[in-house]
Design a protein around this ligand. Structure first.
Ligand SMILES: O=P(O)(O)OC[C@H]1O[C@H](OP(=O)(O)OP(=O)(O)O)[C@H](O)[C@@H]1O
Ligand SMILES: Nc1ncnc2[nH]cnc12
Length: 177
C-alpha cells in the first residue's frame, strides 16, 4: 500500500471537536487491515533505522500505533498516560492542546535509564502533547531518539518544535491545510 493510498484512508471532519478545527480521523485508517499494517511497516522501518530500544505511546490514539509497533518489533511498550490511571507513584506534566489543556503521566519504573526511546502518537499538531511527553520521558531517564506520527499538520509547527529540542520527527502523512 502506497503512502498516497494510506492518505485516502484518513477521514477529515470539519468543526470537530470545536468550530474551526478540521479533525483528521484515523478511525477509517485503522479500520482497514492492510492499511493499518502498512502504516506499522513504515513506522517499524524508521524505528529500526534509529536503533530504538523501546516504544513510548501517548494515550489514547498513540497507544493504537505505538502498541502495534512495539509488538511488531518485539520491543517493550511504555504507556504515557492521561492523569489518574496508573496505580503507582508517577511523574506528571501539564501541557496545552490545540483545543484545551491536559496532563500526562508515566511510571518512572517503566523507563530503563538511558534507553533509546521512540515516541509514537497518531498525530502532531501544535506539538504540545509530544513536547510534554519528551520532557516527561527525559525526566524518567529515557533518551528520546525519534518521534513518529501517522499524521503531521506542519502548519501548526509541532514537528519543528520537537526538532528544536533535539528530537527528530517523522510522519507518514502530511496535511498542509
Ligand atoms: O500536537 P498537539 O497540538 O498537542 O495535538 C496532538 C494530540 O491531540 C490528540 O490527542 P487528544 O488529546 O485529542 O487525545 P486522544 O488521543 O485521547 O483522543 C492527538 O492524538 C495528539 O495526542
Ligand atoms: N486537527 C486534528 N485532528 C485530529 N486530532 C487532532 N489533535 C489535535 N489536532 C487534531
Amino acid at each position: 500500500m502506497t503512502l498516497d493510498e494510506l492518505r485516502q484512508l484518513v477521514r477529515s471532519i470539519p468543526d470537530f471537536p470545536k468550530p474551526g478545527i478540521l479533525f483528521r480521523d484515523i478511525t477509517t485508517l485503522i479500520g482497514h487491515g492492510a492499511g493499518f499494517s502498512a502504516a506499522i511497516d513504515h513506522l517499524a522501518a524508521y524505528t529500526k533505522e534509529a536503533g530504538g530500544q523501546a516504544i513510548a505511546g501517548i494515550e489514547a490514539r498513540g497507544f493504537i500505533f505505538g502498541a502495534a509497533l512495539a509488538a511488531r518489533l518485539e520491543l517493550p511498550f511504555i504507556p504515557v498516560r492521561k492523569p489518574g490511571k496508573l496505580p503507582v507513584p508517577v511523574l506528571a506534566i501539564d501541557y496545552a492542546l490545540e483545543y484545551g489543556t491536559d496532563t500526562l503521566e508515566v511510571d518512572p519504573g517503566a523507563v530503563e535509564d538511558g534507553s533509546r526511546l521512540v515516541l509514537v502518537d497518531d498525530l502532531i499538531a501544535t506539538g504540545g502533547t509530544a513536547l510534554a511527553a519528551v520532557e516527561l520521558l527525559r525526566r524518567a531517564g529515557g533518551n528520546v531518539v525519534l518521534s513518529l506520527f501517522a499524521i503531521d499538520l506542519p502548519a501548526l509547527g509541532g514537528a519543528d518544535r520537537l526538532r528544536q529540542i533535539g528530537v527528530p520527527a517523522a510522519a507518514l502523512l502530511k496535511f498542509e491545510d
